[in-house]
Each structure stands twice: as C-alpha cells, then as structure tokens.
Design a protein around this ligand. Structure first.
Ligand code: OGA
Ligand code: NI
Length: 358
C-alpha cells in the first residue's frame, strides 16, 4: 500500500512506522510546533533527576523514613524520580521487554485485531493517540490493556507472541505490588499514614501501556509522545533505552532522563496532585526519538478503580491552602480523552483545577 504522506493518519489501517521502513522523511502531519521540538528545547541532561534506592522500604524500619523523605522531596520538586533496588528481578524486566518487542514485530494483520479508537476498550492497539484524529501525529504505536484485577482481563490480552501473557502478567503483578508500596510511602509522606489508600490501590485499576517508538529519519521534527501528564496516582515505566524528557514545574525547562540499566521510572500522576492539594506535582513529560534505535517502553498506570473518584484529602485543606481541585474518576478521564486532543495541548488536569472563588 502507498504511504499517504502529508495526510492526517499517514499509516493506513494497521500500517505502522516500523513496517513502513520506506519513510526517508517525516510527513508534515508529524511536525511538532518549534516550542516543543527536542533539538530546540532540551536544557539539561538530567543530572539532578533523583535516583532513589528503595532497599529496605518495606522491611527495614530504620531505612524507611529516609527513603520516604527522598520520595517526598522528589514529588514536591520534580514530580518524577527513578528507583533502584525496587525488588523486581532483572529477569522479569528483560522478559517483559522482550515479549513487548515480539508483539510489535508481529504482522500488521495480527496487531490490527486489537485496533480501536474507542478509548474505553480494555485492550486497544493503535498508532499515535487516536488514529486519524490527532492534530499532531505521534511517531508511536502502542498496545494498551488493563491488568488489575488480572483474572478479569488476561483472557483479553494478545495470545501471540506465545509467551506474552505469561511474561507480561509476571511483570504486571510485580509492578502492581510496587505501585501499592509507593502509594503507601507517598500517603505516609503527606502525613496521611501508609494505609490511607492501600485497600483502594490494591483493588484499583492498573493500565499497562506498551509503547513502541521506531527509528525516525528526522528526530528533530517529530515526537514519540506529545507533552502530557498521566491520569494516575503513580506511573511506573520500564524502558529499553533513553528517550523520556520531563518538564521542570518551576521554569518549564525540559531535561533528558538518563537511562539507568535495571532502574524504573516513577511519574507522579494527576491523582496524587489532586490528593495532595497541589503539594506534589503531576509531571509533564514527552518522548523524543532516535534516528537509529527502536525504543520500547512499558508504562504501568496505577489508579483507583475505574469509577472510584479521587478527591483532595480533607486533612490537607485549610485556610492557607484552600481546596484546589474537584474530584474525578478514571472513567471521566476516558470520556475527556474521547472528546479532546492531548496533542493539541488539552489536558484533563486543567479541568480539575478550581478557580480561587469556586
Ligand atoms: C505514557 C508515557 C513514556 C515513555 O505511556 O503515558 O508517557 O517513556 N510513556 O514511553
Ligand atoms: Ni505518560
């Protein structure tokens, strides 16, 4: 099939950048406004992005409080940190990434079985964000599926590659447990106690987003993922190589997140910003591209159950800090995404902020 260069959705049904192989330039529909182009906006190489050693968080009381202090500082200042000694073995990480690569290497016919623009689908494959609808195309293909409770969803996941369900569920279970522990640390650091959200997080939603960013012939013109924040409490990301960039909430400058072998990345999401009444910041991030490497990442978004509303902790509201956000649920976020375009800078969190006199 001919590439429909320069038209919206240049990858006709199921056709993805890596199979195109023939693109020697970036079609105009991918052009990012100069303000967001990685070559013009990267300000630092991320030497000051925190790396937190989690060893002892759940089993060594003497280590717990310094770790919680580190987490608190990172959530306040950056909204992002990397974690090492997180307890998930390198074998489990490598197997999950390998299953992800194999999925993206399947034929278009196989992957297109999951193709849908209905953001409510529990399993969804696509290119960009919403195929053919995005204002700016992202140089990305993705597979998204729910993972908690696992029994409810695993039968909907791809059956090929053969090891996909086994390896991805092993990783999903481990990262879910880690997400619950991190939220316990976060609520403790906010003075709400470690059990404040535990039960709701245990039963909460987990969305696995497996992203594939093929090599791009002109990586200075396009992005793998437009700037956005995640609608989650925390998002934990495993990546095959570097590419993530985060925005400094104080001055808007972008930094490259360095790739640390075996580390995981943690984004503070919109729900923690709401819960903390703005004390912790939901990080704005984007993905830049490489001209020679295919990058795969697995983002695990940990939130309350689909219909459960997140609200600002009443304990954190007082005269000096009036309530800054309205409550919302994951379902409402999905409704918002179905009607709005994040590649055009429409962010759900902006609709949650209350004006001073509300
Ligand atoms: C996401 C995301 C970043 C990455 O899936 O929400 O921001 O590194 N992914 O792929
Ligand atoms: Ni994200």
């Amino acid at each position: 099939m001919e590439a429909k260069n320069d038209s919206p959705g240049p990858f006709p049904m199921g056709e993805t950048p890596q199979e195109k192989g023939g693109f020697d330039h970036v079609p105009k529909s991918y052009y990012v406004p100069p303000l967001n182009r990685p070559s013009l906006t990267t300000e630092s190489t991320g030497h000051d992005i925190p790396v937190i050693d989690l060893d002892g968080l759940t089993n060594n009381p003497a280590r717990r409080s310094p770790i919680i202090e580190d987490i608190s500082k990172a959530c306040k200042d950056v909204g992002f940190f990397q974690i090492v000694n997180h307890g998930i073995s390198q074998r489990v990480l490598d197997d999950a990434l390998s299953a992800a690569f194999k999925f993206f290497n399947l034929s278009n016919k196989e992957k297109s079985k999951f193709m849908s623009n209905d953001v409510h689908n529990p399993v969804r494959y696509g290119t960009g964000i919403k195929d053919g609808l995005d204002k700016i195309q992202n140089w990305r293909t993705f597979l998204k599926h729910y993972a908690n409770p696992l029994d409810q969803y695993i039968s909907l996941w791809p059956e090929t590659p053969q090891e996909y369900r086994e390896k991805m569920s092993e990783y999903s279970k481990a990262v879910h447990k880690l997400g619950v522990s991190l939220m316990e640390a976060i609520t403790e650091s906010l003075g709400l106690g470690p059990a404040y959200m535990s039960a709701k997080m245990e039963e909460g939603s987990q969305t696995i987003v497996v992203n594939c960013y093929p090599p791009c012939p002109q990586p200075d013109l396009a992005l793998g993922f437009s700037p956005h924040s995640d609608y989650s409490c925390v998002t934990i990301v495993l990546q095959s190589s570097s590419g993530l960039q985060i925005q400094d909430p104080s001055d808007g400058k972008w930094s490259d997140v360095p790739n640390i072998h075996g580390a995981l990345q943690v984004n503070v999401g919109d729900c923690v910003e709401v819960l903390s009444n703005g004390m912790y910041k939901s990080v704005i991030h984007k993905v830049k591209l490489s001209s020679d490497t295919t990058r795969v990442s697995i983002a695990s978004l940990h939130s309350l159950a689909l219909n459960e509303k997140m609200e600002t902790a009443p304990e954190l509201v007082n005269e000096q800090n009036p309530k800054g956000y309205r409550e919302s649920s994951f379902e409402e976020l999905l409704d918002f995404i179905s009607k709005n375009d994040i590649t055009d800078g429409k962010f759900f969190i902006d609709t949650l902020r209350l004006k001073r006199n509300d």
